[in-house]
Design a protein around this ligand. Structure first.
Ligand SMILES: Nc1nc2c(c(=O)[nH]1)N[C@H]1C(S)=C(S)[C@@H](COP(=O)(O)O)O[C@H]1N2
Ligand SMILES: [Mo]
Length: 392
């Protein structure tokens, strides 16, 4: 028996060896200074650009085609209100002024001398899921949830930058401004600035991509995408928020009582099954299928993800892939033996605060239909008997 096993091992090794020494019919490509993906790989962002003004609009991450939790930089979603400015990093500066002891203008080199930190965090536009809520989303997870990405970011904790200038006691807010044509600005509470806020210059190990704010952006873990000001060049320390255009005309939620919810910063607990998901097909009929997806919360770590394969009658705990990081995407997986009949699959996330992702009905009941931002309802997909998966 032992001999037979040894023989099989040897045979396999020989087979592998024969295979690997086979001369390839064509060389895929020669050495290149900067890598490209294989020519047969074609997944892409879905771009929605304003026809009236070039560079204004958004592009969505193809979540259903990704593995793990890191979004490749070339597939990170983008949202620009006034296009991508061309910035020379050698000339770019960050001015810190207002209620500080000493206003300072940092060059990129100055910033890179300060103690740095590298962390994995998602960025999500608070408009993500709006189409899902309104019933206008397309067929795929990219259509319904694609204003969401997750990267490894490196930069300086904002508290170090502010400490260099020295905060005055009245300092309560920081107004962050970008160098794009609209000079996008958001007011950030001092508490967040002194907590886990970062001023980042790197994304997935290399310089930020132009669309992500090259050479410098604000990164506010767990806060709505809009507050993560790109092409950051000014931090104005103040006593009160600026009431900028982005926090009055936009990014406020109208409530059923007619009042507006303003400064709603946190992205709530959310999840979506990415495989199998809308637009995909479970080929080969009944049998084993792994269900996999992503979960996240702006309030911290994902504690639990439950999956239902029977239209919400029963729920089972999915396995959360380690490491589970705060304010980052978490990959979940659960085995499923499909009986080949049409069914509805869905996931729901509970975060470390104990908050459970609500259903669409619960959100409508709490907020009415007028609100525009922060939709995070439970997402369902229909798996048809022929294996095709569609939006509900
Ligand atoms: N200066 C500036 N910062 C900005 C924006 C912008 O248009 N200008 N868009 C905001 C919005 S609405 C979102 S959702 C995020 C998107 O970040 P990303 O493009 O890196 O995905 O950037 C935010 N920061
Ligand atoms: Mo956004």
């Amino acid at each position: 028996m032992a001999d037979r096993r040894a023989f099989l091992g040897l045979a396999a090794a020989l087979a592998a060896c024969t295979k690997s020494t086979k001369v390839p019919s064509a060389v895929e490509q020669s050495m290149t200074p900067y890598g490209e993906r294989a020519a047969t790989e074609t997944i892409a962002r879905a771009v929605g650009e304003s026809t009236a003004s070039l560079g204004v609009g958004s592009s969505r991450t193809p979540l259903q085609h990704l593995h793990g939790v890191i979004t490749p930089s070339s597939l990170h979603f983008e949202r620009h209100h006034a296009g991508v400015p061309k910035i020379d990093p050698a000339k770019h500066t960050l001015l810190v002024h207002g209620l500080v002891e000493q206003p300072i203008e940092f060059s990129m080199d100055d910033l890179k001398r300060l103690p740095a930190a590298t962390r994995v965090h998602f960025v999500e536009c608070s408009g993500n899921g709006r189409g899902e809520f309104m019933g206008t989303a397309g067929a795929t997870a990219q259509d319904s949830h694609g204003l969401l990405s997750c990267a490894e970011w490196t930069g300086v904790p904002l508290k170090h930058v502010l400490a260099q200038a020295g905060l005055k006691p009245e300092a309560k807010w920081v107004i962050a401004e970008g160098a794009d044509a609209c000079r996008m600005a958001r007011s950030i509470p001092m508490e967040k600035c002194l907590d886990d806020a970062l001023v980042v210059y790197a994304q997935n190990g290399e310089a930020l991509r132009p669309g992500q704010g090259y050479p410098l952006r604000l990164l506010l873990p767990g806060f709505e995408g809009n507050t993560n000001v790109k092409w950051l060049d000014r931090l104005h320390v103040t006593e009160a928020p600026a009431q900028s255009n982005q926090e009055t005309a936009h990014y406020t939620d109208l409530m059923p009582d007619g009042k507006a919810r303003q400064f709603t910063f946190l992205q709530d607990a959310n999840s979506v099954i990415t495989r199998p998901s809308g637009g995909q097909k479970v080929s080969g009929g009944a049998g084993f299928v792994e269900i996999s997806g992503i979960a996240w919360s702006g309030s911290g770590k994902v504690k639990r993800v439950e999956v239902s394969m029977d239209g919400g009658k029963t729920w089972d705990d999915a396995v959360l892939e380690e490491p589970v990081l705060p304010k980052a995407l978490t990959r979940f997986r659960i085995p499923w033996v499909w009986d080949g009949k049409e069914t509805v699959i869905q996931s729901r996330c509970t975060d470390e605060t104990g908050y459970l992702q609500p259903t669409r009905d619960e959100i409508v009941e709490a907020r009415g239909m007028a609100f525009n931002y922060h939709y995070h309802g439970v997402k369902a997909w229909v798996v048809k008997a022929d294996g095709s998966v569609t939006n509900v």
